[in-house]
Design a protein around this ligand. Structure first.
Ligand code: SF4
Length: 400
């Protein structure tokens, strides 16, 4: 559809709002892909974790409350402009396919304008506050920002953010409750592991005890808690302790969500140096699957968390379910993979890394894809014994 067919769009594309912008950070959790993204601090104040490439070489800074409020106001102005356009188009405030395609494909609209338009189009009503550790903001400033956000966007269904356990453990419960009261619904924490020697090795800058303290505090303050763990992080030397101790720590916290995000180490990640000098040995995909099995088996029977595996780096996305009732279902997914012949596991792994499969159930669904990958496996193995693994690692690392 062209602007000629949509005169109101033509008219709107020249106003002052379409070029407005506000700051957004580089990442958000996978399940916040359709949330409104607003950056309230820049980068990571810790920035030392050896497995994390996200903010390296970038300096942390707080943003002033005024700056953040200005951004929130800009997002509001953009949202109002898009809604007004929709009313003019006679679709009662709805963001329809023609409206969204026009905005996305038109260079007159800023990146921020497009992101608010997409957010309205998806209609999640959810907002994620970036970057890595927002509980570092003074409580009264954080409360001020949240109240302003809720005032400007009264229909928000959920507001969430990232933070570090160590930072949260320094806040009092009363402060946490004030933050919840002001409008923060959920905190995403990168727990990674519950095993202290491993937390030290990867320079997480937090102990298992601090993870437990922070997690319990988030829940006690009335917020929802999402803990990320990193299968594979223990490497060959610590994989079992990593699985068992992480399960112990999470059993004590009992978070609402446990999210799996498997380790990948392309060459630009600091941990790669330890691989190079022989200090760290990566697990194979199959060993990671075994580690996840032991982790799930080691979780306490009373835990009521939901496990999700929604990260592209995970081999088995279908490991998901509510504990305790779906523990066996999740273990069955693992057993099904482990029972496959090695040749089939290789086909699945290549297809998964290349985006063809999201579940082992997809393996035989499309015979053409299956045969193509099978042919590729033959070609790779003819080139040399390590070619298949090299190829798979290359594909998996492209997401980092
Ligand atoms: S705290 Fe989070 S963002 Fe910061 S370095 Fe560690 S993993 Fe990366």
């Amino acid at each position: 559809m062209s602007n000629k067919d949509m005169p109101y769009l033509e008219e709107k594309s020249t106003n002052n709002v379409t070029g407005l912008s506000f700051e957004q950070g580089p990442i958000r959790p996978p399940n916040e892909a359709r949330s409104l993204l607003l950056r309230i601090t820049r980068n990571c104040p810790w920035n030392q974790c050896l497995f994390c490439p996200v903010y390296k070489k970038k300096k942390f800074s707080l943003r002033t409350v005024e700056e953040v409020k200005k951004d929130i106001q800009t997002a509001r102005d953009i949202a109002d402009d898009i809604k007004a356009l929709s009313w003019k188009m006679g679709v009662s405030g709805l963001i329809t396919d023609p409206i969204i395609s026009h905005i996305i494909s038109n260079n007159n609209y800023s990146y921020s304008y497009k992101s608010v338009a997409l957010w309205l189009y998806y209609g999640t009503g959810e907002c994620f506050l970036q970057d890595a550790d927002n509980f570092i903001i003074k409580t009264r400033d954080f409360v001020d920002i949240l109240k302003f956000l809720r005032e400007k966007f009264p229909d928000l269904k959920r507001v969430t953010t990232y933070s570090r356990s160590r930072t949260i453990s320094r806040k009092s419960l009363a402060e946490m409750k004030d933050i919840k009261e002001a409008g923060l619904d959920r905190v995403h924490i990168g727990l990674e592991s519950g095993y202290d020697p491993l937390l030290k090795l990867i320079k997480k800058g937090v102990t298992a005890a601090q993870h437990i303290d922070a997690g319990k505090k988030v829940i006690e303050a009335g917020m929802s808690l999402s803990e990320y763990i990193m299968p594979g992080l223990g490497g060959e030397a610590m994989w079992k302790e990593h699985a068992v101790e992480t399960a112990r720590v999470l059993s004590e916290i009992n978070p609402h969500y446990i999210r799996l995000r498997s380790l990948r180490i392309p060459t630009h990640i600091p941990l790669y140096q330890k691989i190079k000098n022989g200090e760290f040995k990566m697990l194979t995909d199959d060993q990671v699957v075994e580690e996840i099995k032991i982790f799930i088996e080691s979780l306490d029977n009373n835990i009521t968390s939901t496990i999700t595996s929604d990260h592209i780096m995970n081999l088995l996305e279908e490991i998901r379910g509510k504990l305790p009732e779906e523990r066996d279902t999740m273990l069955h997914v693992i057993k099904k993979y482990q029972d496959m012949p090695e040749s089939e596991r290789i086909i699945y792994r290549i297809g998964r890394r290349g985006g063809a499969f999201s579940s082992t159930d997809n393996l035989y669904r499309d015979q053409i894809t299956y045969n193509k990958i099978k042919g590729l496996v033959s070609e790779l193995s003819a080139k040399g014994p390590d070619e298949i693994e090299r190829f798979m690692n290359e594909m998996a690392d492209q997401y980092i």
